[in-house]
Design a protein around this ligand. Structure first.
Ligand code: TMP
Length: 216
């Protein structure tokens, strides 16, 4: 059975978490082995880098280098081996988050990010005819929500990290950058209206996964 790579994206407060867990369960209920993971993170080294990125002040290039270093380790140790074993990898955020947060929120150069993406996600397996050159998710579920609504949802929810404590204008830019990434890869992305009720959002998540023929 072929491995399957699904990422979830969206601004902080978009409400991805419960749906990520539910989708993992839906695959398991159909007999698929699932690897549930997140970025930045997913390996001991990447979790250490995550802690730095989320809590230490640094410029946007340093942030980008650290999230891509974390991603490299995550791909090598977790994602690529899991896909090679035919597992379903469900990942809370992937490279679109770097384009959205560093490229959009922090106005960092998209060309540099594209270069890092090519370096970090270049496929290693020599005998992979037919596979695209770069490792990318098979499907990206983008939870789209107005920044003001997300901010309202986050009030008092938890102690905010470096990104969660950014002003609304930052998340407007993050959102716009997600929109751009979605427009650049329409076949990979499914936009989910995250303003709907949790039941409707879940129905839309299932519909998006099924319409790609990824879940019966
Ligand atoms: P989360 O796991 O609670 O979503 O927190 C991760 C935070 O890190 C979130 O605010 C988005 C941010 N982030 C980046 O800035 N760049 C990245 O490449 C990734 C994956 C996440």
């Amino acid at each position: 059975m072929n491995g399957l790579f699904i990422s979830f994206e969206g601004i902080d407060g978009a409400g991805k978490s419960t749906h990520i867990a539910a989708l993992a369960q839906a695959f398991e209920a159909q007999g698929r082995a699932v690897t549930l993971t997140r970025e930045p993170g997913g390996t001991p080294l990447a979790e250490t880098l995550r802690n730095l990125v989320l809590h230490e002040p640094m410029d946007a290039l340093t942030e980008s280098l650290l999230v891509f270093a974390a991603r490299r380790d995550h791909i090598q140790r977790v994602i690529a081996p899991a896909l090679a074993q035919g597992r379903v990898v469900v990942c809370d955020r992937f490279t679109d988050a770097t384009f959205a947060y560093q490229g959009g929120g922090r106005d960092f150069d998209w060309e540099v990010l594209r270069m890092l993406e090519r370096w970090v996600q270049a496929r290693q397996e020599p005998q992979s005819p037919g596979l695209p050159e770069l490792l990318q998710p098979d499907l990206t579920l983008w939870f789209d929500l107005p920044a003001a609504v997300a901010a309202q949802r986050l009030v008092g929810a938890r102690v905010p990290d470096k990104f969660e404590s950014q002003p609304g204008a930052f998340f407007e830019k993050v959102s716009a950058a997600y929109g751009l990434r979605c427009a650049q890869s329409p076949a990979r992305f499914a936009r989910i209206d995250a303003q709907s009720s949790p039941q409707t959002v879940w129905r839309d998540v299932l519909a998006a996964v099924r319409s790609k023929g990824l879940l019966a």
